[in-house]
Design a protein around this ligand. Sequence first.
Ligand code: FCB
Length: 440
Amino acid sequence: MVLDDMLWGAASAAYQIEGAPDEDGKGPSIWDVFSHLPGHIRDGQNGDVACDHYHRWREDVELLAGLGVNAYRFSVSWPRVLPTGRGAVNHAGLDFYDRLVDALCERSIAPALTLFHWDLPQALEEKGGWLNRDTAAYFADYAGIVADRLADRVPLWITLNEPFVHMAYGYALGLHAPGHALLTDALPTAHHQLLAHGLAVRELRARNAGRVLLTNNCTPVWPASRAPEDLAAADAYDTLHNRLFNDPVLLGRYPDLSAYGTDLAPVVRDGDLELIAAPLDGLGVNYYNPTRIAAPDAPGLPFQDAGITGYPTTAFGWPVVPDGLRELLAGLRARYGPALPPIYVTENGCSQPDVPDERGTIDDRARIAYLDGHLAALDAARAEGVDVRGYFVWSLTDNFEWAEGHHQRFGLVHVDYATQRRTPKASYHWYREEIARRSG
Ligand code: FCB
């Protein structure tokens, strides 16, 4: 499929929607295991069923068609394709994505495929997960296998989703799978994920896989004050959250990690950075909110989150700062200049309570205001000269929001988890008109 100049889409991720954790030969992922251990997910929920998308995908494709998007971002579950992460291919797993891709193409919706959205095969976690350098090579093999099957129809490939969040929540803080609380000892997972990205880019290029991106979660960092200690803390946080994952890819070098009393020298080998810095067709950026940072008042990390007040908040408690998207994109352009490839906003959206009224309609005005504000910020960034080629709302449907279980609803489409009934919210209709207006 040929991509339009500007993609207007919606996004999802395998573990958050598919369910069917052991159907048709799928192996367990770290999320299948982690979500079943007590105390990890709010109210003891898990993604065993989620949106039952594995069985209801046709209905979800119809919802996308009705929305009028020209692209859909979804992820492939690695253990559905390779049940133990490597070795024998589970063809039934690949067939599922093959059918999905065909159905999207039939409706002129460009498939935007993420290869890794956090659901590592559990068998690889048992070998150290992303702490183990070998995982990068296994990922590249997996990327090649998926591309062999789908590169003829998938025009946009995203290697990894948010390696920062996977490192921070999964390996440093233990809030997400695989649940390790290693603090700064988690840092090698940054390099191994980025190496996996670089190796996968090589496999995708060898198969003419179209446009290739990495998606990073980026945040504008606001110092809590102009005091030198707060400025230094903000700089340290910016380094960890933004630069650690953008600099090596765009500039071919790691930022100075001395604020963390460490560096990546023990894990970086000759040639790694050249692979990691292979040219990309775009940078995927997920934006939710800025982060306000102050100097720490206890030993440990060189920063603390000072919180943001004075803005509306989402159901998650995240501040709603639409102009932060413009600030972020303009800041990336200022920082990287000509090294910055075109930007694809691969996620943006908000969780709201979204309780259906007595007629069953969901009048999610706060989400419409959120999206409207962020699209205005996107327009402003483009007017300032940032080359933006895509915008994907997170998410098409309500889904399983990681440690929050089903408590956070991000969808343009409401899901009643008791019946799996899908109901488009007011924001779905609003976004459809917005897309039509912008593409017409
Ligand atoms: C992002 C994740 C996505 C979703 C949103 C709310 O960090 O990539 O899966 O959970 O946050």
